[in-house]
Design a protein around this ligand. Structure first.
Ligand code: MG
Length: 263
């Protein structure tokens, strides 16, 4: 199953995506709810996915992120390989949709960087998972996110709330799919102005998705629609006004956002 959330004259809608005649099309739509249930959907005349104004695909109660989950990335920032998952939060107010502007907060930061990340969409309330519990029933699907980071503030502040939390610092999309398997390897790539900056398989995770979800669920209850960003590969770097940053993940597609300067 693949779905998107898109803007329409009736407000945001969920759309089921199917390939018809070799083209990705929205074939059914529904409104309401945190996550779509296409058994209650209505069939529509086909609309090509490429013509839809895509929105971030879910409105989460929280966004949980894993830091330093690829060893080459931990090393490039001079950090040790963590012995257990390192987690932090981004506020839902940082979410933006594919195509929306990432705004650099110039008064506070002179160094804003991209971080492309495979992202889990939680499908079911999840609390206190034990080591033998299967995590698959709790996963609705996967999408892509850019964990935009004010690197200078991350180095300066003991807590990362500012560095990770500015408005526009969490582009998510373009779609959600349950047809990929991070345990078998999914390629995560980031490009700035078309040039590849990050390219790594999720096989390089230090902590795979099952370990991450169990770890988080021991701390906080994960709710349907919550997002879990799984960490970024090596190759992070700065963004300046005028750049276009694209996160692409095999089976999910590509999400591009322009970068502008704010106050
Ligand atoms: Mg990150």
């Amino acid at each position: 199953m693949k779905y998107c959330r898109f803007a329409s004259t009736d407000g945001p809608q969920f759309g089921l995506i199917e390939t018809v005649a070799g083209v990705q099309q929205i074939t059914q739509t529904m409104t309401g709810g945190v996550l779509p249930d296409f058994s209650k959907a209505k069939k529509i005349s086909l609309q090509p996915l490429s013509s839809a104004k895509l929105l971030y695909p879910v409105e989460p109660s929280k966004i949980v992120c894993v830091g330093r989950n690829y060893s080459e990335h931990a090393k490039e920032l001079g950090n040790e390989i963590p012995k257990e998952p390192l987690i932090f939060l981004k506020p839902p107010s940082s979410l933006i949709s594919p195509g929306e502007k990432i705004v650099r907060p110039r008064r506070f930061s002179q160094r804003v960087e991209f971080e492309g990340e495979l992202t889990v969409v939680i499908g079911k309330r999840c609390r206190n998972l034990e080591p033998n519990d299967d995590v698959h029933p709790y996963i609705f699907g996967y999408t892509a996110a850019n964990d935009v980071t004010a690197r200078d503030l991350q180095k300066k502040d003991p807590q990362w709330t500012r560095a990770k939390g500015f408005d526009t610092f969490c582009p998510v999309g373009p779609i959600v799919t349950d047809e990929i398997d991070p345990w078998k390897g999914v390629r995560v790539e980031s490009r700035v102005n078309g040039e590849v900056k990050q390219s790594e398989s999720t096989l390089a995770f230090i902590f795979p998705v099952d370990i991450v979800l169990r770890f988080i669920s021991q701390v906080m209850t994960l709710l349907p629609g919550d997002l879990v960003l799984t960490g970024t590969p090596a190759g992070v770097g700065p963004l300046v006004a005028g750049d276009e940053v694209t996160i692409s993940i095999e089976g999910i597609g590509a999400m591009s956002n322009p970068v502008v300067d704010g106050d």
